[in-house]
Design a protein around this ligand. Structure first.
Ligand code: AMP
Length: 555
């Protein structure tokens, strides 16, 4: 546990569009702007965005872990007024050659400075609800946003006494995160998590922006899509209109001198906004379905659906969710903007052992976002490799670490190494292994910092697993066929060496079996993985020989 900390610790919600800390600095734009003289972060950027659109960066968090060639990045680039170029290893580099992680870390530093101003002291420790790379801060823990929101929900309910299944739906500026937790007497157990790392309020703004670019074209016969300043100003007006439409049926869009001295005026109502975004709103429900399916919990067993994230205020999103839960009342009582930073602050109090007894009694059990597994380089290998990922072929997964354990030579399938995974609240993974025949034990610790994957990378690995499912199934079929042939050959080899069996076989028959299995083993040894049919063909010869002999013996 990371409790060796000095000085105060703050909770920060690093949002795509806005960030918050638990020290009273509420929604601060996650913007970084570069002027000739200085670098601006947060509120100070917003006032100059219209004058300096090409150097005002927003939405950087969406790009953490993505490649420049990623179609989602490419579609964003077409709409964003600031410049993005292809950096080394296909990494998108923003404005003055900053990586998305660097821009996010500037926002984090700003949040720290603001907290320091409030507290009147230096802050070195933070708990961040979802972040990429962070500079100069001791990050005690990174918890997912829905878990942080669940903490806030529980405190608001004064602690759930009876066990409850709670679904947290966080619809933010650039991501949708869903978590299913059971909460009982301060014990939070995450049952499943799901999400979409490229869906949220910014996408809804984009749809409205495209709509009004078209309207402007129709009204004035000019296309403003190449004018970054005009786009920036129209985007701001769209975001405002979107917010208003969460509590009004209709609103106006007015931008003075939008392009070449032409004023723009138009209206939009809830129905049009919903029509522009209906497919995206429906997509927000997909992680909900996935989360329930992963946890194997029926939607009727959910006690509370808790909304968080600014975009969860959109009435149509709420209605789709409510319909999905057969009309169930949604829990909207926690402030969607502040819940995550508040929950991160509770996590802070737990980790630093500060705060009242009620908080100290809270226990969080998170789920691993990716499957964990162990691989070897072969039957006799003493080296064990720990992976995370969903792909069938271990080399397509993320290698977390290695350990060695002496394995006693034994017939195939006899030596057994039992591995146990233990992931703690700080994301530190302990893998312990025991060789069952000798009782020899080994343990490795994999910390959260270097090898574990970022949230975006995790999401991409899960997507890759879906994309490559057919390839992976084919690979698994080959592996199973190879193992089947190996298994059969070694079983027969062991059998002809067994004294009891030997006594019942003539010399010629023993030789016949030995030859057949040795041929099969030789064929396997000198071979890469081949089609399962080839293995099946190869299995036919020893199997037909052995089957005939077995039949003869037992007739
Ligand atoms: P978050 O990442 O949770 O801070 O959410 C930010 C997103 O929520 C941005 O895209 C905002 O435009 C959006 N948002 C904030 N308030 C509202 C509202 N009242 N109605 C619709 N969207 C909102």
């Amino acid at each position: 546990m990371a409790n060796h900390t000095e000085g105060p610790t703050i909770g920060i919600d690093l949002g795509t569009t806005y960030s918050l800390n638990d020290q009273g600095n509420r929604t601060t734009p996650s913007y970084v702007a570069f002027t000739l003289m200085q670098r601006l972060v947060g509120d100070a950027t917003k006032n100059q965005v219209a004058r300096n659109p090409t150097n005002s960066v927003f939405d950087a968090k969406r790009w953490i872990g993505r490649r420049f060639s990623d179609p989602l990045v490419q579609s964003d680039i077409n709409l964003w007024p600031f410049k993005v170029i292809e950096g080394p290893s296909d990494k998108p580099m923003i404005v003055k050659c900053f990586a998305a992680e660097e821009i996010s870390s500037m926002v984090l530093k700003k949040m720290r400075e603001m907290a320091e101003a409030n507290l009147g002291t230096t802050v070195k420790n933070v708990v961040v609800a979802d972040a990429g790379g962070i500079a100069c801060l001791n990050v005690l823990s990174i918890i997912n946003e829905p878990t942080a929101a669940a903490l806030a929900y529980d405190l608001e309910k004064s602690g759930c006494i009876v066990k409850k299944n709670v679904l947290i739906v966080d619809v933010g500026g650039g991501t949708v995160d869903v978590s299913l937790l059971t909460i009982e007497k301060g014990v939070f157990e995450a049952k499943a998590v799901a999400g979409d790392t490229h869906l949220g309020g910014e996408d809804f703004d984009n749809r409205m922006l495209k709509h009004f670019v078209e309207i402007f074209k129709r009204q004035h016969k000019v296309d403003i899509s190449g004018d970054s300043r005009a786009l920036r100003r129209l985007r701001t007006a769209c975001e405002n209109a979107k917010r208003i439409l969460s509590s009004a049926i209709e609103t106006t869009i007015e931008v003075d001198c939008l392009y070449n001295g032409i004023d723009f005026f138009s209206t939009i109502n809830c129905a049009k906004f919903a029509e522009l975004n209906m497919d995206l709103f429906r997509k927000c429900i997909e992680p909900v379905e996935k989360c329930l399916a992963d946890a194997k919990i029926d939607k009727s067993c959910i006690h509370d659906v808790v909304l968080t994230g600014g975009s969860s205020r959109i009435p149509k999103v709420q209605q789709l969710l409510q319909d999905f839960f057969d009309g169930k009342e949604l829990c909207k009582s926690i402030n969607p903007d502040e819940a995550v930073a508040y929950g991160a602050a509770v996590q802070t109090a737990i980790l630093t052992r500060r705060g009242n007894e009620k908080i100290q009694d809270i226990i969080l059990f998170d789920v691993t976002p990716l499957s964990l597994g162990i691989g070897t380089n072969g039957q006799a290998s003493e080296e064990f490799l720990v992976y995370e990922g969903e792909r069938a072929n271990s080399c397509d997964n993320n290698l977390l670490g290695k350990f060695r354990i002496p394995v006693t030579p034994a017939p195939r399938g006899v030596a057994k190494v039992i591995a146990c995974f233990d992931l703690d609240i700080d994301g530190i993974l302990n893998v312990s292994a025991e060789e069952k025949t000798t009782g020899v034990k080994r343990k490795i610790t994999i910390t959260n910092d270097k090898r574990r994957l970022s949230k975006n990378r995790i999401e991409r690995m899960v997507q890759d697993a879906k994309i490559y499912k057919a390839d992976d199934d084919y690979h698994m079929k080959k592996v199973k066929a190879k193992l089947g042939l190996e298994d059969y050959a070694y079983k027969m080899k062991n059998a002809v060496n067994d004294e009891n069996i030997c006594a019942r076989l003539s010399r010629t028959v023993r030789k016949e079996i030995k030859n057949a299995v040795e041929q099969a083993i030789e064929w396997l040894d000198g071979l890469q993985l081949v089609d399962s049919e080839e293995h099946a063909d190869k299995l036919e010869t020893p199997q037909s020989i052995c089957d005939a002999i077995i039949e003869r013996i037992y007739r």
